[in-house]
Design a protein around this ligand. Structure first.
Ligand code: PAF
Length: 321
């Protein structure tokens, strides 16, 4: 072998590694997950496994967060509260609960450059005005997901139900971010781009109004709602919800809405709803942004919603204890 041959080989290997890294980096999106609870951690792990540069921004002061998904042998370590990560972020995925949103975003407002895409994903409605008012120059998007996830302990998350994610723009700049559909699909499919995200949010609101308070108050899994016992109550509940979301502009029949709700009940049958988990752990629930939002809109449209109202009062009473 000529003396320069091993050197040539090393050079080729280095060039190949460099080209692969370049290709990888071109595709990789720098993502910060703000508020990594159960759903945020699920997305963090799936996005990292899809090849993206993911870090977290949680309340904890630890520099690193270790986590894993139940059923997977590999565990992941994410940087936490990295200023550099935030500075270079292409996307902030906000997965805090609706009532935590302003408190979580406020301290970061001065640190976020106006190109960073802000994608919010939480149950319920009522935070859009805050986002549009406080991030007027950023591309803003909202996603709604019916995946079920549960924290088993500080670092383990269980993906309890396969769902789907709908994504859409909240402002003009957000309209240019349809490419995120592919980024998210590679991580956790299916993901669908919506021209009118408001309609998807109303539909998800309807699902949460039907499932969450009932499962929390009766201490049951989602799947138990399909028993005959709950049928009459669920039917009346869906009737009220349907009238409100129709008045809000989403045209859907009561039968069609019942089908949507039942599909989620079946696909997440083994899941304890997020409101059930919140009540079980004596945490504040999202009731103000789920049933509470529905009650506000019902009042606006002059629609009577006594069943929803009574579920709302019951959850508030437990929260107040
Ligand atoms: O809030 C939840 O738990 C979820 O949105 C859903 C889809 C109802 C599944 O449990």
């Amino acid at each position: 072998m000529a003396p320069q041959e091993p050197l040539l080989l090393i050079y080729h290997i280095l060039a190949l590694c460099f080209a692969q890294r370049l290709f990888h980096d071109e595709y990789a999106v720098n993502i910060v997950i703000l508020g990594p609870g159960a759903i945020g951690t699920l997305w963090a792990v799936k996005l990292a496994q899809a090849g993206h540069n993911v870090s977290m921004w949680s309340r904890s002061n630890h520099d690193k967060i270790h986590c894993s998904l139940q059923g997977q042998s590999t565990s992941h370590t994410f940087c936490n509260r990295s200023e550099l990560g935030l500075k270079h972020a292409d996307l902030i995925l906000v997965t805090v609960k609706a009532w935590q949103l302003s408190g979580a975003i406020e301290p970061l407002l001065s640190k976020l450059h106006s190109d960073v895409i802000v994608l919010v994903m939480h149950n319920g409605m009522g935070t859009l005005d805050y986002l549009v008012d406080n991030l007027p120059n950023n591309p803003l998007l909202f996603a709604t997901t019916s995946h079920g996830a549960m924290k088993l302990d500080g670092s383990n998350v269980k993906h309890t139900g396969w769902g789907e994610t709908k994504l859409g723009a909240l402002n003009q700049k957000g309209l240019s971010c349809e490419f995120l559909t592919e980024v998210l699909t590679d991580a956790l499919e299916p993901v669908e781009w919506q021209q009118n995200i408001h309609h998807s949010l109303l539909l998800k609101l309807a699902v949460n109004c039907a499932i969450n308070p009932l499962t929390a108050l009766n201490d049951i899994k989602n799947g138990q709602l399909s028993s005959e016992f709950y049928f009459p109550l669920l039917e009346q509940l869906i009737d009220e919800i349907c009238r409100v979301i129709n008045a809000e502009g989403l045209v859907i029949t009561q039968e069609a809405l019942a089908k949507v709700v039942n599909k989620v009940i079946t696909s997440t049958a083994d899941n304890y709803s997020s409101m059930h988990q919140d009540i079980a752990h004596q945490r504040r629930t999202e009731i103000d942004f789920i049933t509470g939002y529905l009650l506000t809109r019902a009042k606006f449209h002059n629609i009577a919603v006594p069943i929803n109202d009574s579920l709302f009062q019951k959850i508030k009473k437990i929260e107040g204890k």
